[in-house]
Structures are given as C-alpha cells and as structure tokens.
Write a protein that binds this ligand. Structure first.
Ligand code: ADP
Length: 684
C-alpha cells in the first residue's frame, strides 16, 4: 500500500490463497450434504413412491366407493322386490270385479301400457286376467269365457243341419234355420244365425250371408265351437269381402277385425289366436289399409304377444325372470291364493333407474343380469369397463348379477392426474427451494470462511507492515541517539527517513482506522465545495516529492477550470493517494505513473494510470472487496493488506460517484473515479 514496499526476498511467505474450500469449508459442505441434501434426496424418493401409491390408491378408493354403491343398490333392489311382492299379496285378495284403482299404485302403473304388465289370478282352475285384453292368448288352461255353462242345442237344429250337411239341400236348410230363428230363445240365436249364414254362403247367396254375419256380429257373443260368435262373424265378413274382391269393404272389415283381435277382445288359445292374427294381417295387407294405424296395431300386438309369451312361460314354470325376444318380464307372485303380477323390465327399469340408480350418480352405468347372463335391464357394458364392480345378489330366491361402472372413467383419471401433478409441483417447489437454500447457504458460508481466512491473513500482513518501518525507525533513531552519525547532512537524511517511515505507518494506521469506522458505519465525512483542478495539482505535487526518493515519478495532466465538486477533501485525497500508491507499487518495471483529470458533462473524471503488472479479469471483479488481494506471483511479493481499494470504493460511493478499473495483464491498469460536479447556480 505504501510506496517502495517491494519485498522481492521477503521471508514472510503469504499462505497460498485458495479459491476453493478447504478444511472446515469442505467439512461444512459435507455436513450440509449429509444432513440436508441426503435426507432431502431420500424424502424426494419417498415422496415419489408415495405419489405412485397414491395414484393406485385413488383407483382403489374409486372401486371401493363403487363397491359400497353396489351394496346399497343391492339392498334397494331387494326392498323394491319386497314392495312388489307385498303389492301382489294385497292384490290377490282384492274384491271382484277388479278395477285398476283397486290395485296398489306400484302395480297399477304397470297396466297402463300394452305389454307393460298383467295380473293373473288362478283359482279353482279358473284363470283371471287383469286388465282384460292384456293377454292375447292363454294356453293350457281354458279361456275364461268358455267356462260359461253351455246350453242345450235348440230342438230342430239337428234336422236343419242334416238338410244342410248330409242332403246338401241348402234352400231347405235355410228355411229350416230361419224358422228356428224366429222361435228361438235369445241365448240360442247366435248358433242358429251362424248356421244360417254358413248355409247362405254355401248356396252362393253371398249378400244374404253377409247380412246374416252382420246380424250375428251385433248379437251378444256366444261361444261356437270354441270360438266367440262375433269373432266368427267378423272373420267371415272379411273372408266374404275378400272373395267378392271388394277392397274397400275388406279394408274396413279387416281393420276392425285386426283391431279387436290385437286389443285382446277375445282371449283365445294360442293356436287359434295365431291363426286368426295371421289371417287378419293378410287381409289388412291385401286391402292396403292405412299403414300408420296398421303399423301401430302391429307394434301393440307385438308388445301384448311378448306379455302373452311371458305369461305362458310363467304358467308352465313360475320363475321370477322371464326373458323374451325384445322385452323381459319379472314375475312377482303370491302362493295362496295363487296370484302374480308380470311386469315388463322396461317399466321396472324406468322406475328403478330413477329411484335407485340415478340418485347415486348421473355418470353411473349399470346392468342387472339374470343367472343365465341375460341382461334384465341397464346398459351393455364395454368390453372391460375400468373400475367395474360386480356383485352377486340373491333376491326373491333368485340369483342376480349386478355390474356397475363409472360412465366417464376419464373424469376419474383426470382427477387422479390433476392430484398427481399438484403433488409433483409441490415436490418440485420444495426441491427447488431446498436446492436454492442449500446453494445460498454454501455460498454464504464459503464467503464467510474466506473472509475469516482473509482476516487472519490480514493480521499477519499488518504485523509485517508495521514491523519493517518500526525496525527502520528504531535502528535510525538508535544510531542518531548513540551519536554515531556526526555528519549533519547524513543526520538530516536519517531524520527524513524516520519521518517518511512514520508517514507510512501513519497512513497505514489511518487506513485501518478508516476501514474499522467504515465497517461499523460510523465514518463521517465533512463535505465542502472543492475545486478539483487546484486540489489535484497540489496532491500530485506532494506525491511527487514523496516518491522522488524512490526514483518514481508522477505525470499529472489536470485540466484547468474543472467544475467544482462537493467533497471531503481528506477522504477523497486519501482515496486518490491509495490509487497512486497502488499504481507505483504494482509497477515494478516502470517508474512513472499518470494522474489525469477532466470533465465529461456534469461529471469530473479522475484517472490513475500505470504500466504495471495489470489485473486479471477474475481479480478485477474482486479487488474492491475487503482484504482481497489478487493472485499472481508479483502481487504476492508486493506487500499490502487488501484494504486500499475497498476504502476507495466506499469513499467514492459516499461522494455519489463510482470507481471502475480497466486493465490488461502485463500492460497496466487505469482506475477511474467519476464524481458529480456541483450544479452551477445562477446560470453561470
Ligand atoms: P493492497 O494493500 O493489497 O494493495 P488494495 O485494496 O489496494 O490492497 O488492492 C487490492 C489488490 O488489487 C491488490 O492486492 C492488487 O493485487 C490489486 N491492485 C490494486 N491496484 C493495482 C494496480 N494499479 N495494478 C495492479 N494490481 C493492482
């Protein structure tokens, strides 16, 4: 720091200045890695595993929740079956005649549409069907109406029939039938009228035959040969119209016939029903009746036929589940008295879906299957529905299979993904914070260690700095005191040396004190307007005299009339001196340094230039730090404590200015101080 303190053969070797951490620093990093990074890494791995498990658990939770739902649905279905059975039990003891309003509401609803449901009651070999017309046929047991007591044929009928059939005397037979008709009781009239119409037809008197059939149709129905008389009359009228080729008449008659047939006007046995239904459809098609009505009748017939098939199956073998082609039926029954309600699964689905399934989630899909695997109701499941849950149910002494699955599994996947992303983001954030915190800690610790080490260096360097001038002063003083130097010229030279060494000590102490005040924040400045030109000239002149003894020189190039600055002359002077000291000190090969000052707008520029050792880029970034001393053999040999530039920076900053360094290794350095000029008042 001071002039002429070059110690080429210094015995006091400065310790190597490591840039990396050694000893305690490395230990600290080790401890840090062991107690923060390692547990952090473990935590990260653990958290990732937990995340993976969490994803699996989410799927499992969804499945478990569906399991619970399936269980609840099973319970609900069970109680729904019970409700239906109870309804059938109470319906089986209803007073006759039956009426829709007499059924419990739950059952009554099933009767409202064709093929929706039917109530069957079997007592003393008599089958009762409600609502009437719900079934198109019954097989096995006799049709209800046929069980009416048959009356004895009227007297004379056998004779008229023998005229008709054996002798083929149609006019005779017609007469005989007509006579009988006139005298017959009401109950016998359908039979006689049927025979009369038949004979008229055989005799080729078609118009009269049609008239007779129309009369027969008007009469209250009676059973003739296992068929209702009005059915016979209507079928014959169709047949006659067809035979006559009267399409308009056929269309009217055929439609009326098919409508009566398919709305269950007559409860026939199966073969008869199928025969007449076939005939009816042929007549309708032949006469090209209005297709809309015909099609709707066809559809109704199919619905009622499905129910009739189910009833047939049920009467053969009273099972709970009755599968059909399009619609399946469930049977709820009571054993004593034997009664049952067959309900279409479509009707049940409508009710159960809204009551049991929908409240458990709009996205829920389900299928209820019978033991044979056929679906009772619900959606057809995709090949392998994700999260599907299957449950065996035993309800009403029957085995069922319930399968439920979420309709939108992608929503569940998305939810799982979202939660995972969130957790990952949090994990990432914590990791980044940990890494950043770690980095900061290492940096701070490294810095503090470096400073601690520099401080230790500083003590040894300062001691040395003190020692050599003190030694000089002591020796010179001793020599003068002993009177060993008698030549007045020599004495004067020694005194000068003592003063110079004392100055050096003084400046060193000043610098240390300044630094200590600066560190504690109690360095005070006394600012006053200062004319930089004259001040710098005086400073240069002083410095020149000081260094002349060492053979060094300062070339000053101070612009005249520089704008005034507001400065603490002492502090700023010591800063410039520090720069000049360094310039001389770090220029072992060159004896001249340059002090230049100029103005750049409102800024006063003071530069100290040398052609010395130069400063590397790495060091340039650090030389203004406290205790920092550059690497390099030369600067290692040159004494210094690493405070000068730190003080320069502090002083210049206190003056509202800045200091910068430009340098090239081996070529020299320029330190430039920029200070704001005092604004000139009054437009001068
Ligand atoms: P020192 O007491 O070591 O001179 P300074 O703070 O004054 O402390 O300087 C810090 C370091 O900057 C010095 O150790 C030196 O390596 C470098 N340095 C400062 N001035 C110059 C210069 N003019 N030429 C080369 N190096 C310099």
């Amino acid at each position: 720091m001071t002039v002429g303190d070059r110690m080429p053969n210094s015995s006091l070797r400065r310790p190597a200045r490591p840039h990396s951490l050694r000893g305690p620093g490395r230990r600290l990093v080790g401890v840090f890695a062991l107690f923060i990074l390692l547990p952090g890494a473990f935590l990260g791995v653990f958290a990732l595993r937990v995340l993976r498990q969490e994803s699996q658990l989410s799927g499992q939770r969804t499945r478990e929740s569906l399991e619970r739902t399936a269980e609840e649905i099973g319970r609900d279905l069970d109680s729904e079956f019970r409700r239906w059975n109870d309804a059938v039990r109470s319906a089986s003891s209803l007073k006759r005649p039956l009426d829709v309003s007499s059924f419990p509401e739950i059952v009554g609803q099933a009767f409202s549409e064709p093929g929706g449901g039917v109530f069957l009651s079997l007592s003393a070999e008599r089958l009762e069907v409600f609502p009437p017309g719900a079934l198109l046929y019954v097989s096995g047991s006799p049709a209800p109406a046929q069980t009416a007591p048959s009356r004895p044929p009227p007297a004379g009928l056998a004779e008229a029939e023998s005229l008709e059939i054996a002798r083929k005397d149609y006019p005779g037979a017609i007469r005989a039938y007509r006579n009988l008709l006139d005298s017959a009781v009401v109950g016998s009239r359908p039979l006689i009228l049927h025979r009369l119409a038949r004979t008229l037809r055989k005799a080729g008197r078609l118009e009269e035959a049609a008239g007779a059939y129309r009369d027969l149709r008007r009469l209250a129905a009676a059973w003739i040969g296992g068929l209702p008389s009005d059915l016979i009359a209507q079928a014959e009228l169709c047949s006659l119209a067809s035979e006559r080729g009267d399409t308009a008449d056929l269309a009217r008659e055929a439609m009326a016939f098919y409508r009566d047939l398919t709305t269950g006007k007559w409860l026939l046995d199966k073969p008869r029903y199928l025969y007449y239904s076939d005939l009816g459809r042929t007549w309708c098609r032949d006469s090209r009746v209005g297709s809309d009505e015909f099609n709707s009748l066809l559809a109704t017939e199919n619905q009622r036929l499905a129910l009739s098939h189910a009833a047939e199956d049920f009467l053969n073998d009273s099972r709970t589940f009755l599968p059909g082609k399009d619609t399946a039926y469930l049977a709820f029954r009571n054993t004593d008295p034997f009664a049952a309600v067959l309900v279409s699964t479509d009707v049940l689905e409508l009710r159960w879906w809204t009551r049991i399934f929908l409240p458990r989630g709009e996205d829920l899909k389900a299928v209820l299957s019978a033991a044979d695997g056929s679906a009772v109701f619900g959606s057809t499941p995709p090949a392998a529905p994700p999260f599907a849950v299957t449950r065996d149910l035993r309800i009403n002494d029957t085995q069922w299979l319930l399968q439920i699955w979420p309709g939108r599994p992608e929503a569940i996947y998305a939810d799982i993904r979202q939660r995972r992303t969130l957790s990952l983001a949090m994990l990432g954030f914590v990791s980044v914070m940990l890494a950043f915190g770690g980095y900061l800690t290492v940096r701070i610790v490294k810095r503090e260690l470096e400073i601690a080490r520099l401080r230790a260096d500083f003590v040894s360097t300062v001691s040395h700095e003190f020692r050599s001038p003190l030694t000089g002063i002591r020796q010179l003083g001793g020599m003068l005191l002993d009177g060993r130097v008698t030549d007045p010229e020599k004495q004067r030279g020694y005194f000068k040396m003592i003063v110079r060494e004392s100055d050096r000590l003084f400046r060193l102490v000043e610098n240390i004190l300044d630094f200590s005040r600066m560190e504690e924040g109690r360095r005070e400045y006394r600012f006053a307007p200062l004319d930089p030109s004259s001040w710098l000239r005086a400073l240069a002149a002083d410095f020149v005299t000081e260094i002349a003894a060492n053979g060094a020189a300062v070339e000053a190039d101070i612009q005249a009339g520089l704008p005034p600055i507001f400065a603490d002359k002492e502090a700023l002077g010591s800063a410039v001196r520090n720069l000049l000291d360094n310039a001389v000190k770090y220029s072992p090969g060159s004896k001249t340094v340059w002090l230049e000052a100029g103005a750049e707008g409102d800024v006063v520029k003071i530069s100290v230039r040398d052609k010395g050792v130069g400063i590397s880029e790495y060091d340039r970034k650090r030389i203004f730090d406290r205790f920092y001393r550059a690497e390099g053999e030369i600067s290692k040999r040159i004494k210094g404590v690493g405070l000068g530039l730190c003080l320069v920076k502090h002083v210049v900053a206190a003056h509202g200015g800045a200091v910068e360094c430009r340098s090239r290794i081996g070529e020299g350095s320029v330190f430039t101080i920029r200070l704001p000029a005092v604004p000139v008042r009054g437009g001068g």
